[in-house]
Structure formats: C-alpha cells, structure tokens
Design a protein around this ligand. Structure first.
Ligand SMILES: [Fe+2]
Length: 251
C-alpha cells in the first residue's frame, strides 16, 4: 500500500476554546507528574520543538523545527494505523501523528492515541539524533519480517523501548517511553516498587508478553540509546538469519 493514503490534513479550525483548555490542562498536569522523572532527551526535545502549552500544536510548525535537526516529520492521521504501515512510515522518518484530541470527559484514559500522546510523548523525542536513528532502524526491521514471530518480536522491542522504556541517566532511572511520558498514572507507577525493573536484554524483551489495558508490571532499563540501537541491529541480524536472508533488504 502507498502510505500516502494514510495521511489527512490537519485542520486548525477543529481546535477551539474547549480543545485549548484540554491541551493546556494535559500539558500542565503531565509536566507536574514528570518533574525530574523523564530523560534529558525528552526535556531538550520539548524545547527544540517549541511546544506551546497554551495551544494545540500544528504539525507544520513542529516540522519546521524538527526536520532540519533529524529529518523527521510528523504527518497527520485520523487514528490508529496498522502496525505494518506504521513501521513503513518510520523507515521514511515519518511519524503518523493522530490529530484528534481527547475530550474534557476523557482526560485520564484513551484506548487510542491522540495528539497529546503522539506529540508530547513521541514527537518531542524525535528532535534527538540518536533517538531518531533508533526509531528509523526499528522501522527497517519491518522490511525483513516474514513470520508472525518476526512481527511479534519487533512489536515487543518497540513496546518495551519506544512506548514503555526506562533508561539510566547519571546513575538514576529515568522515563524514556512515550506511554509513560504521556500518562500521569504511569509516570508515577513506573518508578514505584509496584514495577519489576529489569536490565534491558534483547532476548528477554522479545520473549516478554505485555498487556495494553493495565499499568505495566515489568519494565526494562536501557543503559543508553546506543545500547538500544545495537540491540535493534542484533534483531535485524537474527531475523535475517532465521529467514535465510543473505542480502539485507533494509537500508
Ligand atoms: Fe505511542
């Protein structure tokens, strides 16, 4: 499928006073919940993309700041994108970004991503060069997947790093994953004793099941973004070996 068919045009007219209020409340609340808990790349990313807590961001504005730094662009989608197409977008440094915003009645829980989760949680980090490269490389894996097992392992690696990863920074454990960065409950829970924090090991991560409907009870701590880049390279090698792919089909 041509991924161009996934994208829509973001309409600034959809964000009125109510949406601006929701956006401001989400940003303010989450900033408070994260205080000192997120990784440095996240805080730097918020600065780099110039995220304004007063108004719902327009992706074109963000792209003028982020694309010159890492080549990433956020492009509008109406909602959930099938994982195979989603990873194809990542290969091209395009982040499918939901442009709808939750209502004031659904501040705490959403089954699907919205623009708060996608921009505050995901896009800010894409201003970091190593993170941007990690995300692109994860997209590369999809081009090698043949079996359901391949896709499952890629999905678990994505889940326990990009969505729910922890990372060590100057001896402390910090939040890396977007699902943790954009949820006040998870931001507190993930660094509490209610979570089993394990050192990141690729073999363990790709064998670890997860549920999307509960607070996470097992998380993995990466030592660095470079470690995750290396691990993604190992997964690429393993999938190539398993499928008898002699010549890399990925970039
Ligand atoms: Fe996400």
């Amino acid at each position: 499928m041509d991924i161009e068919r996934l994208f829509v045009t973001q309409d600034p007219g959809e964000y009125g006073e109510e949406q601006r209020g929701v956006w401001n409340a989400l940003c303010t609340r989450q900033n408070e919940a994260l205080r000192g808990r997120a990784c440095s790349q996240f805080y730097e990313g918020l600065e780099k993309i110039g995220l304004d807590f007063q108004s719902v961001p327009l992706l074109d504005d963000i792209n003028t700041r982020i694309a010159p730094i890492t080549g990433w662009t956020a492009r509008a989608v109406p909602g959930y994108v099938d994982s195979r197409y989603f990873f194809q977008c990542l290969r091209q440094r395009i982040y499918p970004t939901t442009v709808g915003l939750r209502s004031a009645q659904s501040m705490d829980y959403l089954e699907e991503p919205d623009i708060f989760h996608d921009v505050y949680g995901h896009v800010a980090l894409m201003a970091d060069k190593t993170y941007g490269e990690l995300l692109r490389k994860l997209g590369d894996v999809i081009n090698l997947t043949i079996s359901d097992q391949d896709v499952l392992e890629l999905t678990r690696l994505f889940w326990f790093t990009i969505e729910f990863g922890l990372i060590r920074e100057a001896g402390d454990v910090r939040i890396l994953g977007s699902g943790l960065l954009s949820s006040p409950g998870e931001a507190i829970h993930c660094l509490s004793e209610g979570v089993e924090q394990r050192p990141f090991q690729l073999a363990e991560v790709i064998a670890q099941p997860f549920r999307i409907d509960i607070f996470q009870d097992v998380l993995f701590i990466a030592e660095s973004l470079e470690q995750l880049l290396d691990a993604t390279g190992v997964l690429i090698y393993q999938i190539q070996e398993r499928n008898g792919i002699r010549w890399p089909r990925s970039a």
